[in-house]
Design a protein around this ligand. Structure first.
Ligand SMILES: [Zn+2]
Length: 363
């Protein structure tokens, strides 16, 4: 386990940098692996599967089914290069990875595909070429486990901490029955959480388990394949999500160790706190407003500008915001000279943040 942390920063996958990860970047790494084109996106970009190992336990993983969720793509490529360098860990497994299921969404930096469909709500209709590709790979491979890899927004917290990583063993039916598959997925998450708590205490959450058969994870779980949703989240000012990437990769290696060594911890799953929508990017307190003072909550909007992702501040809410947490908190009492113009909220917020040198981040 330690060796992943030691080696992560040296792996070739480090050429994948920033939030904007597109198909050409994946294509440049394909020749390092046994790879095969298994489908084509709505706009004609290739969808590939990478295969590693030839052991008896089959694990299917896919990333970037939401095109603007790239942290897990970078992290899972770290894991693949790590396994390549440490083949002994791979012995029990055959791994198939679709590193970018939605290359059109990745190019446009959107959640949806080129037909504006959320592929993770298309499991029943299977109306999109990318969804059909995923199900074709699933049917042919018949995996023993599925890892469904995503990013979550900055809004999630666990208790009073930011949620850096969250996990879900999706429900397999509306009653949320603990099926055998679901229990196994819970057991892997319980193990990952125990490992992570030693390094990033109180920053791991459990995602909402409302059953939705249109979600791919719920669908595979219902078919009897233990399936885990991985969500890379946000912490502090790490808008590149480099720290999240590291601990996500660590947790995937922990998951493989759990399966290989049969150390499932299903009871530990329930002790993981549920994620809450409790965070904004910036909270500004003591803002002069008419004859009183208020707080402002600011949320970044991610925009693709000149091949970079720019984080543009927008007003989320104002008033008494004592219930909210934030990744950055500013007390305007410390900035006596700042005036807040209340005629246009968004413009005023941007002007204020410019004065405070917090206009935007680019990645
Ligand atoms: Zn997602």
């Amino acid at each position: 386990m330690i060796s992943f942390l030691t080696q992560q920063s040296e792996l070739k996958s480090q050429i994948l940098e920033g939030r904007y990860i597109t198909y050409p970047k994946i294509e440049s790494l394909l020749n390092d692996f046994n790879h095969k084109q298994v489908g084509t996106s709505a706009k004609g970009l290739p969808v590939h599967v990478l295969t590693m190992g030839n052991g008896p336990i089959k694990v299917l993983m896919w990333s970037q089914m939401h095109g603007n969720e790239s942290t897990s793509t970078k992290g899972i490529m770290d894991v693949l290069y790590f396994l390549k360098a440490n083949p002994r860990l791979l012995t029990p497994f055959t791994i198939q990875l679709i590193p970018m299921l939605n290359p059109d969404g990745a190019a446009a930096y959107t959640r949806v595909n080129a037909n504006a469909i959320d592929l993770n709500r298309d499991a029943q209709q299977q109306s999109q070429p990318e969804t059909l590709t995923l199900f074709k790979v699933y049917d042919a491979f018949q995996p023993d486990y599925c890892f469904n890899l995503h990013d979550q927004r900055t809004i999630f917290g666990v208790d009073d901490n930011p949620c850096m990583l969250s996990y879900l063993s999706p429900a397999a039916d509306a009653d949320k029955s603990i099926t055998k598959a679901r229990e196994q997925a819970m057991g892997i998450i319980g193990h990952m959480n125990e490992q992570l708590q030693q390094h990033i205490p109180n920053q791991v959450g459990r995602y909402d388990d409302t059953y939705n058969p249109n979600c791919v994870g719920d669908c595979f779980q219902a078919k009897g394949t233990p399936t885990i949703l991985f969500e890379c989240g946000h912490s502090g000012q790490d808008y590149a999500r480099a720290t999240t990437r590291k601990w996500f990769g660590f947790s995937v290696v922990a998951a493989l160790n759990c399966i290989a060594n049969n150390v499932f911890k299903p009871k530990a799953y329930d002790s993981i706190p549920e994620v809450e929508k409790s965070y904004v990017d910036i909270l500004i307190h003591h803002v002069p407003y008419q004859v009183t003072q208020i707080s402002l909550a600011v949320q970044y909007q991610e925009k693709l500008i000149s091949e970079k992702i720019t984080f543009e501040p927008t007003l989320h809410s104002k008033g008494d915001l004592s219930q909210l947490n934030a990744h950055k908190i500013i007390d305007l009492n410390k900035y006596k000279t700042v005036n807040f113009d209340t005629s246009d909220d968004t413009a005023a917020v941007r002007k204020l943040l410019k004065l405070l040198d917090l206009t935007h981040y680019s990645h």
